[in-house]
Design a binder for this molecule. Structure first.
Ligand code: EPU
Length: 441
């Protein structure tokens, strides 16, 4: 268990290179085992979720070597089609191995995936897409058994543009005989990079970025060399951090097209934004105006992953913002913790109403999930005194060297690594500090 400490009040200045995308890297790692080929994947962020995907690849018999943000994967030696529960439970993206294993081995034995508790997160769309291609799937408790002597092309219509279901269908379709059409597909940049990677391995695939993807088999190649695009949610987080704390930062290696909706709201809140090629400059005097309404939506709409983070940036903004969450049932888990900083947020179902307050004061908070944890760090940057975030490893699932990057920009952030019982210790320390303060008054 880690405790992140943030001392608020510093403005952020300087430049920061945006890491490679987590949510682009994970499906690429699953895709790397679809063919008996070798892949060099560059710009892979060093994250717990990436480690989990590498552990799955190694368990399945792939040889994986890591070197300075590059992964060398040799998938010619796949030996198994079963992923143990402990590996599946590490993250949500482990479910993408279902399509990859079906394509490569004709079977997959795994269990329901882990990941952030953002709501029900069913996998019915994944399963119906794979069934449409001829897979027989049964479930016993949390165990899933998939088999397909031969996958065949299919017309797949997704009732919602699920990112994971689109990825699973794309991977299984690589081995299907004939043409597979995925309609209602997710349009996220991660889907586009998955298509580019598969095409570099010889898959005949078009349409990613639009709502219809067509896959017509493959002429497999022996190897590929691919670079992961930059992480649009990390870029959004750094931009929100600067907006909230004030200052001027330059993000390099970013793709502004991928987080335009976030930049749009920061601009509406009063930040100056300039972007050119892969550079984005954000300037803020730290005095933000509340945008009236923010609604999350599938790409190219405003991303649900940036919702808790933009909310954190707007806690002191002048005015009221209404936020509607349309993707996950349970994506306001940060709110009850952020309230402890002295915020004014009311949640009813999928709607949050945020009224900016003049000042936030540091407190001890518990990170509920990855983006909720990042939101608390952003909030801490603008709070008076010290904010402590008790984090059961969520933040490092998605942010590489986040503390170092923020410190390089002038923030005061440090991590205390603790063993078991830390939560109780932190609460105790907090209560005794609160007691001392009360006595002083
Ligand atoms: N859904 C279904 N049935 C399905 C699949 C999804 O009803 O079979 C529903 C989900 O319950 C949810 C909605 O569809 O309400 C969206 O889910 P989606 O499948 O699109 O999300 P995902 O693939 O599980 C990815 C990202 C998430 C991100 C979402 C939405 C990865 C590894 N994860 O999840 O990222 O929030 O898309 O954009 O790519 C994060 O990085 O913090 C994160 C949670």
């Amino acid at each position: 268990m880690d405790i992140w400490h943030v001392r608020g009040g510093n403005r952020l200045f300087g430049s920061c290179r945006v890491q490679g995308s987590k949510n682009a890297s994970l499906p690429l790692l699953a895709a790397s085992m679809v063919f008996p080929a070798r892949s060099v994947i560059r710009n892979v962020p060093r994250l717990r979720d990436v480690d989990a995907a590498v552990a799955i690849l190694s368990h399945l018999g792939c040889r994986v070597e890591a070197e300075e943000g590059e992964l060398y994967i040799d998938a010619r030696s796949v030996t198994g089609a079963e992923i143990p529960h402990a590996l599946m439970a590490e993250m949500r993206s482990s479910v993408i191995f279902m399509g990859a294993l079906l394509a490569r081995c004709g079977e997959a034995r795994l269990s329901l995936p882990g990941g952030c508790q953002l709501g029900k997160r069913p996998i019915d769309l994944h399963l119906s897409a794979l069934r449409a291609m001829g897979a027989e799937i049964s479930q016993e408790g949390s165990n899933i058994f998939c088999r397909a002597a031969k996958l065949h092309g299919a017309e797949i219509e997704l009732r919602f543009p699920s990112v994971g279901a689109t990825e699973n269908a794309m991977l299984a379709a690589c081995a299907a005989e004939g043409r597979t059409t995925i309609r209602g597909a997710a349009r996220e940049p991660e889907i586009v990079s998955l298509q580019q990677y598969l095409a570099s391995l010889g898959v005949h695939i078009t349409g990613a970025g639009g709502d219809t993807i067509v896959i017509c088999g493959a002429s497999p190649r022996e190897s590929t060399d691919f670079t992961v695009p930059s992480d649009r949610i990390v870029a959004s987080t750094l931009a929100c951090a600067c907006a909230a704390a004030g200052g001027r930062i330059i993000l390099t290696g970013a793709d502004p097209e991928h987080f335009l909706t976030v930049l749009h709201f920061l601009n509406e809140a009063g930040c100056d934004i300039i972007h050119f090629n892969d550079i984005v400059e954000i300037s803020s005097n730290g005095e933000l105006h509340a945008p009236k309404r923010i609604v999350t939506a599938p790409y190219p709409g405003f991303p649900t992953d940036a919702q808790p983070i933009l909310m954190a940036a707007l806690l002191r903004a002048q005015g009221t913002t209404h936020i509607t969450e349309t993707i996950f049932e349970n994506r306001f888990r940060q709110v009850s913790e952020l309230r402890r900083l002295g915020t004014d947020i009311r949640v009813e179902g999928t709607e949050a109403r945020l009224r900016g307050v003049k000042e936030l004061h540091g407190e001890t908070l518990t990170a509920p999930d990855l983006r909720g944890g990042a939101a608390m760090i952003v909030a801490g940057l603008t709070a008076r005194g010290e904010t402590r975030v008790i984090d059961a490893g969520h933040i490092t699932r998605g942010y590489e060297s986040f503390d170092d990057r923020l410190c390089a920009l002038g923030a005061e952030v440090w991590i205390e690594h603790k063993g078991k019982g830390t939560y109780e210790n932190a609460i105790e320390q907090d209560q005794s500090a609160a007691g001392k303060q009360a006595r002083r008054v």
